[in-house]
Write a protein that binds this ligand. Structure first.
Ligand code: NAP
Length: 251
């Protein structure tokens, strides 16, 4: 398959690109010509599979295993990424975890770990990509928040705090970089069918679906579509926005 499209000649780095929403994002960007750097935490098999699916569109891929909560690992990743294609046009801060528990039972280390990965991980990558994007006078950063970051959710105080924080960081960087042709936006997905929901029973998923006006869970490809919109070089005047992809849940 020959890739043609708006991302021809562009390089994207997608954190947590090996599985779930991240994989769908890598494929969506590759489909329209982006070379893709796929970051992941440990699942080499999944990341290799994502790479093969992207390469089917005739683009180049690079796998980088790195824990986004580790500053030194992020610095090494961005160094390697920059040396690979000489630029990073699109950063998708997608890597994220949950460690759910009701507040009164939540362990301090579980609160901290979710903040380290979801919030600090995004901070490290935004800062390191920002330096590269400033020099190339172009950049598109898309951060993964969540409807939970907007509305809260019982059992997810750590996750809600991290995703609300991502929105604050998105708006701040958007203002700092707006004059430099770098846009920074966030996506707030509702409930999307990926491994992150694996711990839930079918009954729990059914209950979760009831208050969603669309009456179904979302698909990773539906989130990827919104990310491709923000990543489009022609969308240069949209920044600091939070777009819900949630079947009407947060309305
Ligand atoms: P997923 O299926 O669990 O995939 C998570 C991905 O993140 C995997 O590729 C994983 O790598 C990677 N990852 C985890 N910890 C990492 C770390 N410390 N450093 C680098 N990579 C790491 O998750 P998902 O459902 O696609 O979610 C993707 C993002 O969307 C997350 O930020 C999540 O909070 C957000 N989100 C999801 C939903 C939903 O309903 N699914 C809703 C709202 C927001 P390995 O493959 O190597 O393990």
């Amino acid at each position: 398959m020959e890739s043609t499209g708006v991302f021809n000649g562009r390089t994207a780095l997608v954190t947590g690109g090996g599985r779930g929403i991240g994989r769908a994002v890598c494929i969506r960007l590759a489909k329209e010509g982006a070379d893709v750097i796929i970051n992941y935490a440990g699942r080499d098999d999944a990341a290799r599979e994502t790479a093969a699916l992207c390469e089917a569109y005739g683009v180049k891929t690079k796998l980088i295993r790195a824990d986004v909560s580790d500053r030194a690992a992020c610095e090494a990743m961005f160094q390697e990424a920059k040396e690979w294609n000489g630029r990073i046009d699109i950063l998708v801060n997608n890597a994220g975890i949950t460690k759910d528990q009701i507040l009164l039972r939540m362990k301090e280390e579980d609160f901290a770990r979710v903040i380290e990965v979801n919030l600090m991980g995004s901070f490290h990558c935004m800062q390191l990509a920002g330096k590269i994007m400033l020099k190339q006078k172009f950049g598109r950063i898309i951060n993964m928040s969540s409807v939970v970051g907007l509305r809260g959710n019982p059992g997810q105080m750590n996750y809600a705090a991290s995703k609300a924080g991502v929105i604050g960081m998105t708006k701040t960087m958007a203002k700092e970089m707006a004059a430099k042709n770098i846009t920074v936006n966030a996506i707030a997905p509702g409930f999307i069918e990926t491994d992150i929901l694996n711990d839930m029973t079918d009954k729990a998923k059914e209950e979760m679906t009831k208050p969603i006006p669309a009456k179904r869970l979302g698909q990773p490809e539906e989130v990827a579509e919104a990310i491709a919109f923000f990543a489009n070089p022609e969308n240069a005047y949209i920044t600091g926005q939070v777009l819900c992809v949630d079947g009407g849940m947060a309305v």
